[in-house]
Design a protein around this ligand. Structure first.
Ligand code: 6PG
Length: 240
């Protein structure tokens, strides 16, 4: 694992720096592998980043977009991570519809939809059961409770080691989420963290010792690059 932690002066600088890194990771992936596979984070922090990516002149036919997690709501629901990213980025660029790989949330059950997306990833990446594909980039955020993607404290999703996609549980509300092992097989994982409310969670995530079941972002130890991009409000305590 190659870990980098950067504390940027403010949210705007955080977004600009994350854009720089993503563009260079995309370029490197396309040069090496002919395409770039990127999985998006939900929540509010990455939205201005998606808006910034939409202004770039990129080879959209070589970029495949996925989501690291999704709220179990219809695709046109205000809480949908897919809806947010389409509005902020994907609807504004000439990316082929077949390059967009949302998690379905309209099947017979959350576990059926999780299985459906697990199958889709295995087919897309041509990996057998028991194997893990390597995303080029996976974007993540953290909650005030140190959850990431939809891997919430003390939930079954944290124990999943033989699957790519599973059902997350936010206070009884189902989610669809990548598992920690899938995230840890990525070439590059980027955390974008903004705001003072994240300081206590970051203190536990960066502490030498703490329980990963209580602070799930501690489960993220990718084989490849790990970037922690924080704004000052979030990261000031880590600088001390
Ligand atoms: C989601 C996310 C989740 C998010 C954190 C941080 O669907 O909610 O994927 O893991 O990244 O909750 O959210 P904010 O960026 O809104 O603080």
């Amino acid at each position: 694992m190659n870990k980098t932690v950067e504390v940027l002066p403010d949210k705007e600088a955080l977004i600009q720096r994350s854009l720089e890194i993503i563009l260079s990771q995309m370029q490197a992936a396309i040069q090496k592998r002919g395409q770039c596979t990127i999985a998006l984070a939900g929540g509010g922090t990455p939205k201005p980043l998606y808006e910034a990516i939409a202004t770039q002149d990129l080879p959209w036919d070589k970029i495949h977009v996925f989501w690291g997690d999704e709220r179990y709501v219809p695709a046109d629901h205000p809480d949908s991570n897919q809806k947010m990213a389409r509005h902020a980025w994907l609807d504004k660029v000439d990316i082929p519809a077949t390059n967009i790989h949302p998690m379905s949330t309209d099947g017979e059950s959350p576990s059926a939809d999780a299985q459906k997306h697990d199958d889709h990833l295995r087919e897309f990446f041509k990996v057998a059961v028991g194997e893990f594909p390597h995303f080029d980039i996976i974007l993540l955020g953290i909650g005030d409770d140190a959850h990431t993607a939809s891997l919430f404290p003390h939930t079954d999703a944290l124990q999943m080691t033989d699957r790519l996609v599973t059902v997350g549980n936010k206070d009884g509300q189902p989610r669809i989420t990548f598992t920690a092992p899938l995230i840890n097989h990525a070439h590059c994982v980027m955390f974008l963290v903004s705001g003072a409310s994240k300081q206590p969670a970051l203190a536990q995530i960066f502490a030498p010792e703490a329980d990963a079941m209580t602070y799930p972002a501690r489960l993220i130890k990718p084989q490849g690059e790990l970037w922690w991009l924080l704004d000052e409000a979030a990261g000031q305590e880590l600088k001390k």
